[in-house]
Design a protein around this ligand. Structure first.
Ligand code: PGA
Length: 261
């Protein structure tokens, strides 16, 4: 097996926390990270758009060891897209990452494969890093078609991507049936899917991409998922809204990586 990749833990705050609450959580994360630095793990938070400026400011002024992601972006450069935000706007705020194709965007906001592919390209062409989210619904899993489903989503988004952008790509496997439901995939299910995703990525010449798991990750299950599921980190929703549980998840990745090296 190839050398383990440096883990990455991303807190997806979704549509939670106004800018005052976001600054507070950012500061709490900062204090905990100073007490127990995540030496081997990259830490990212993805606040709502309206919190980005406050969070990037607090991260810079208090030297908090996290970088900042946006949860979504519009692929167009500018123009008549009421309610949308461009990649350049994010860049000006010091945002370094963008989540693309989260299942909630796909399901609720008509983000189809073509829009996912266009968005992903707009992000990496600007030099920002992308976290491509993929994952199957429960009925697909029950039919046993999850590998084919995820392969199709990965190819639709990444096929033909210029290899020079490879280092900007991270994939998050998030089975829809595990998101916000308290139902976590088992370590064995995660391990199988990690292996599958990595082999599809190898076929796309993206061997360096980190592959994360997301879906009801919490302080209790993170250690076994990272050790037995062979993930390169996590995309965390609910448990990232409390500094203590977010830090416990980061700590699990950090400890596991330190042991494996
Ligand atoms: P959850 O969300 O951890 O609350 O299940 C994960 C996600 O949607 O990224």
């Amino acid at each position: 097996m190839s050398a383990p990749k440096k883990p990455l833990v991303i807190g997806n705050w979704k549509m939670n926390l106004d800018f005052v609450e976001a600054v507070h959580l950012g500061q709490q994360i900062g204090v905990l990270l100073k007490n127990r630095p995540a030496e081997h793990t990259d830490v990212v938070v993805a606040p709502p758009f309206v919190d980005l400026r406050s969070v990037t400011s607090i991260v810079a002024s208090e030297r908090i060891a996290v970088t900042v992601a946006a949860q979504h972006v519009n692929p167009n450069e500018n123009g008549a897209h009421t309610g949308e935000i461009s990649v350049a706007m994010l860049q000006r705020l010091g945002v370094e990452w963008v989540l693309v194709g989260h299942s909630e965007r796909r399901a609720l906001y008509a983000m189809d494969d073509a829009i996912v592919a266009a968005t992903l390209r707009a992000v990496v062409r600007s030099g920002l890093k992308v976290v491509l989210c993929v994952g199957e619904a429960l009925d697909v899993r029950e039919e046993g078609d999850q590998d084919e489903w995820v392969r199709r989503q990965l190819r639709a988004a990444l096929e033909g991507l210029d290899e020079r952008f490879g280092e900007l790509v991270t994939v998050a496997y998030e089975p829809i049936w595990a998101i916000g439901t308290g139902l976590t995939a088992t370590s064995a299910q995660v391990y199988e899917m990690m292996t599958h995703v990595r082999s599809v990525l190898a076929g796309l010449k993206l061997v360096d991409a980190r592959v994360l798991y997301g879906g009801s990750v919490n302080a209790e299950n993170a250690a076994s998922l990272v050790a037995e599921g062979h993930v390169d980190g996590f995309l965390v929703g609910g448990a990232s809204l409390k500094a203590e549980s977010f830090l416990a998840i980061i700590g699990a990745c950090d400890d596991c990586y330190a042991l494996k090296r």
